[in-house]
Design a protein around this ligand. Structure first.
Ligand SMILES: Nc1nc2c(ncn2[C@@H]2O[C@H](COP(=O)(O)OP(=O)(O)OP(=O)(O)O)[C@@H](O)[C@H]2O)c(=O)[nH]1
Ligand SMILES: [Mg+2]
Length: 394
């Protein structure tokens, strides 16, 4: 059994990279997953791992209908993985599938390297990216909740090798050990509840302008769109989860009509439920908006999956009934081409734009106006002020 999660000796001999964590990705593909979906998911895991600061060595897959309860992958695959780790000098294995406490523990025992899953990688990125005190609280809560789920691996439970929900004799001892963790979780929940109550109070106070919320898959161009429409300078980068905090800016839709547009945290497939719950106050902005702009990258091959992830996450956060527009971004060369034809057939109401090149923005503004005139009472009131002189009519 290794003394810790890292085999530093081997790493030093094979590579002169003391700091870099080298990772092998592992994916168990079940029968409900098609090949493209699986390939895209592991590609995305690689990007997530890199964003979290890991260097990806290679990816290994195993097709099985039922994951092994004790180790997720079978013994043969564990042997194969061991050889890859030795050969490559990798010191971390990242699973695309969620691991139980027992699976993670048994894999660590068998392989002698750090074992992570998709949820942990996402939590790591969020922890690195959190800037505001609210985001930091939300990330800490999600991490502690994850930790709590991972802790109950006692010797007695391990003997059951993956028979989940088996209560061992060490449980009351564990409950005591976890008490400080639970206390901190309750403290964080209270703090976040207070933040949310303040936000709800602000939200229900008389709004002056309709609120349009940008939601969508991570890296789709939401912040770029907000910057283009509002002349602001939200952080934009070709990375996953560049934005963790909501940011609201004024956007003029016509010389006399303005809205408040809010940028939100990006979505991703299998976003941990704990993270969604912890980011409730951030995501609530979307649930209380007058209109949602669901932004996705139209050039991404798996754009349909991204749209589906947005739909299901919006449902999960209670934003199912908020009116929405699908915005297909990164249409830099204008419309045309095979992808455009296919997506137009599938999503005839979608608005095509390029937030970067400025294509389709007037069309988008007009679509927002149409939606707000139909669904938003505030919009039907006469405008309170006239817009900036330089604002262009739509
Ligand atoms: N080619 C092209 N790239 C774009 C366009 N819009 C945004 N991008 C690029 O896409 C990357 C992600 O843009 P962001 O605006 O940070 O995306 P986001 O949706 O806010 O991402 P998260 O905050 O991580 O969820 C950046 O490199 C942008 O420059 C576009 O219309 N065309
Ligand atoms: Mg962003």
């Amino acid at each position: 059994m290794p003394s810790d999660g890292h085999d530093r000796t081997k790493l030093t001999i094979l590579h002169d990279t003391k700091e870099v964590e080298r990772a092998v990705l592992v994916q168990v593909i079940h029968s409900r997953m098609n090949r493209d979906e699986a390939a895209d998911s592991v590609l995305e895991l690689g990007r997530l791992a890199e964003t979290a600061g890991l260097e990806v060595v290679c990816a290994v897959e195993q097709r099985r209908d039922k994951p092994d309860g004790g180790t997720m992958i079978g013994t043969g695959k564990i042997g194969e993985l061991k050889a890859i780790l030795e050969h490559s000098g990798a010191n971390t294995v990242v699973f695309d599938n969620g691991l139980s406490a027992i699976q993670a523990h048994n894999l660590w025992k068998a392989l002698g390297v750090r074992i992570l899953d998709r949820t942990e990688i996402i939590l790591e990125i969020f922890a690195r990216r959190a800037r505001s005190s609210e985001a930091k609280l939300q990330v800490e809560l999600a991490r502690l909740q994850f930790q709590l789920k991972r802790i109950p691996v006692t010797e007695s439970q391990q003997r059951f090798k993956g028979r989940a929900n088996v209560r061992g004799p060490g449980e009351s001892h564990l409950q005591l050990r976890n008490e400080p963790l639970r206390r901190r979780i309750n403290e964080l929940k209270k703090k976040l509840d207070a933040v949310q109550s303040r936000q709800t109070a602000r939200g229900t106070a008389k709004r002056k302008w309709p609120v349009v919320s940008l939601v969508g898959y991570t890296n789709a161009g939401k912040s770029t769109l907000l910057n283009t429409l509002s002349d602001s300078s939200t952080f934009v980068d070709d990375m996953l989860f560049a934005t963790l905090d909501t940011k609201t800016s004024k956007v003029w839709l016509s010389p006399s009509r303005q809205i408040m547009m809010t940028d939100t945290v990006g979505l991703i497939r299998n976003l941990p439920h704990g993270l969604i719950a912890s980011f409730k106050s951030t995501l609530d902005v979307a649930a209380h908006a007058d209109l949602l702009l669901v932004v996705v990258d139209s050039q991404y091959p798996a754009v349909d999956d991204h749209i589906e992830v947005c739909r299901s996450t919006l449902e999960e956060i209670g934003a199912r009934d908020v009116p929405r527009l699908l915005v297909l971004n990164k249409c830099d060369d204008g419309v045309g081409g095979e992808a455009h034809e296919r997506l137009t057939k599938r999503y005839p109401q979608a608005i095509w734009i390029s937030a970067k090149a400025g294509y389709g923005l007037d069309n988008l503004k007009n679509a927002i106006i149409r939606q707000l005139s139909e669904h938003c009472e505030l919009w039907r009131l006469p405008p309170a002020v006239s817009g900036p002189e330089h604002s262009s009519p739509s």
